[in-house]
Design a binder for this molecule. Structure first.
Ligand code: CP
Length: 357
């Protein structure tokens, strides 16, 4: 792989993504051939935010490859509780581990970590921004369950504003041929403008609809997501949004016979339990594909990884990112790095927030 860190799957080409899918499938078929490939290597999992699947599948992946694991799943049990900065934690852990997976509630944290780590960094979810290894999980699942990643009508339903898995999946599936998207949400939880810009730039057709029952007959894939309670400003705002979209057996009667249901999980109330027994429900096998996807990613990242820290970065603009959930607000030493988008617009390189100057 050309890229050292995986912060966003945009840094991987379509052929690199296909190599990861093929390797994941090879490992699934012949796990014994890969049981020692990471012997002597250490994965650090730094989870500043709760997780079941991502954290455990990363750990399981490294253990099944013969490697070892260190890390924390509660920063209060680390020196973060004493006020240690992200920079210092990462500098130290990057000296202990061969590869780091980091999850954080603030957007841009994995990018920030990559500035200070000698070891390769994997974004295991940064706030409402991106979740690239969930997308690897999703595309390994789709490739195996649909035998293609092209020419699909993909419905995404639920919290499309805060759902980082949705953002990463749209970005990636926009690079494959002929895909279109049906975005099923309330107006308040629709996808951010920068994701619409990506679909427009790639020429992918998309529509925004408010009814799951109306959308479901046209879909090849339905990607359900939960309403992300932890990202709302108040409990009242969450209460207004929860329970609007529920997939049940009645709606499944309207769906194509070969439609596949994916969900990054955890589920709250958006898929009823009886749908689990429909053979189109793929969200539990998806979690298993995720372990193989992460095994393949770890192997590929360790193949050519150097241990050189990135050169020191300096401010590109004297501007503070306007996204209140951007990591730059809590780690103020971070260099202010922006890309000029033309006109008066700057893109924050950490969180992809748009900033007017
Ligand atoms: N899909 C996912 O990220 O699940 P966890 O939050 O349990 O890791």
């Amino acid at each position: 792989m050309k890229t050292k860190h995986v912060i966003d799957l945009e840094s991987l080409s379509v052929s690199e993504l296909m190599e990861i899918i093929e390797l994941a499938n090879e490992i699934r078929e012949r796990p014994q051939d890969y049981a020692e490939v990471c012997r002597g290597k250490i994965l650090a999992t730094l989870f500043y935010e709760p997780s079941t699947r991502t954290q455990m599948s990363f750990k399981t992946a490294m253990l099944r490859l013969g490697g070892s694991i260190i890390g924390f799943d509660n920063p209060q049990n680390s020196s973060v509780a004493k006020g240690e900065s992200l920079k210092d934690t990462i500098t130290v852990v990057g000296g202990y581990a061969d590869i780091i997976a980091i999850r954080h509630s603030l957007e841009g944290t994995a990018k920030a970590a990559s500035l200070y780590s000698a070891a390769p960094v994997i974004n295991a979810g940064d706030g409402g921004h991106l979740h690239p290894t969930q997308t690897l999980t999703d595309i390994v699942t789709l490739y195996n369950e649909k035998q293609t990643l092209d020419n699909m009508c993909i419905g995404l339903c639920g919290d499309l504003k805060n759902g980082r898995t949705v953002h990463s999946l749209i970005k990636t599936m926009s690079h494959f041929k002929g895909n279109s998207f049906v975005l099923i949400s309330t107006p308040e939880l629709s996808v951010p403008q920068y994701i619409k810009d990506i679909m427009n730039a790639s020429g992918c057709r998309y529509s925004e609809v408010r009814s799951l029952a109306e959308a479901i007959p046209m879909l090849d894939v339905l990607y359900m997501t939960r309403i992300q309670r932890e990202r709302f400003k108040s409990p009242e705002e969450y209460e207004q949004q929860k329970g609007v979209f529920v997939l049940d057996t009645e709606k499944m009667k309207l769906a194509k016979r070969d439609m596949k249901i994916l969900h990054p999980l955890p589920r709250v109330d958006e898929i009823t339990e009886e749908v689990d027994y429909d053979d189109r429900a793929k969200y539990f096998i998806q979690t298993v594909y995720g372990m193989y996807a992460r095994m393949a990613l770890i192997i590929k990242m360790l193949e050519n990884a150097d241990r050189k820290p990135m050169p020191r970065r300096f401010d590109t603009h004297n501007v503070r990112c306007s996204n209140p959930n951007c990591i730059t607000h809590t780690e103020p030493y971070l260099p202010k790095i922006f890309r000029a988008l033309g006109g008066d617009m700057l893109l924050c390189k950490y969180c992809e927030g748009r900033n007017l100057i």
